[in-house]
Design a protein around this ligand. Structure first.
Ligand code: CA
Length: 139
């Protein structure tokens, strides 16, 4: 099971997302403050981070900047529709993708799955290749 840390200060958004992601089989831990979330990343070593840009104690972009100094953890940014500059900056700072608010929880879950697929190690893909080759030989 993949684990996700969600840093988002709006309870309605965070509850909705947690529900949608848990239904897809992810383990989700939610935090409302940047510093809590950063501590949790160190402690839990999650598979993916969902990061709101507008947090009460810091900008999500600053969190991302600090994270990228030492970690390749996949990051999906949540951002308000008006913050175009922030979105571009977010991608430049190393975010893997972003979603504009308001969003559908299913869209977020789909993007999370796509990022995890891209960032998963090469070995499972090699096994998949072997299996499809074996299948075509036997079939
Ligand atoms: Ca926010």
């Amino acid at each position: 099971m993949s684990s996700i840390i969600l840093i988002e200060d709006e309870a309605a958004i965070s509850d909705t997302l947690r529900f949608a992601l848990e239904r897809e089989g992810f383990a989700v831990s939610c935090y409302t403050l940047a510093r809590e979330g950063e501590a949790a990343i160190q402690a839990q070593k999650p598979d993916l981070l969902i990061l709101d840009i507008g947090l009460p104690d810091d900008s999500g972009l600053e969190v991302l900047k600090r994270l990228r100094r030492h970690s390749e953890l996949p990051v999906l940014l949540l951002t308000a529709r008006s913050e175009e500059f922030d979105r571009i900056l977010g991608l430049e700072l190393g975010a893997d993708d972003y979603v504009l608010k308001p969003f559908s929880p299913r869209e977020v879950a789909a993007r999370v799955k796509a990022i995890l697929k891209r960032s998963s190690p090469a070995i499972p893909q090699a096994i998949m290749g072997f299996l499809s080759t074996a299948k075509s030989i036997s079939g």
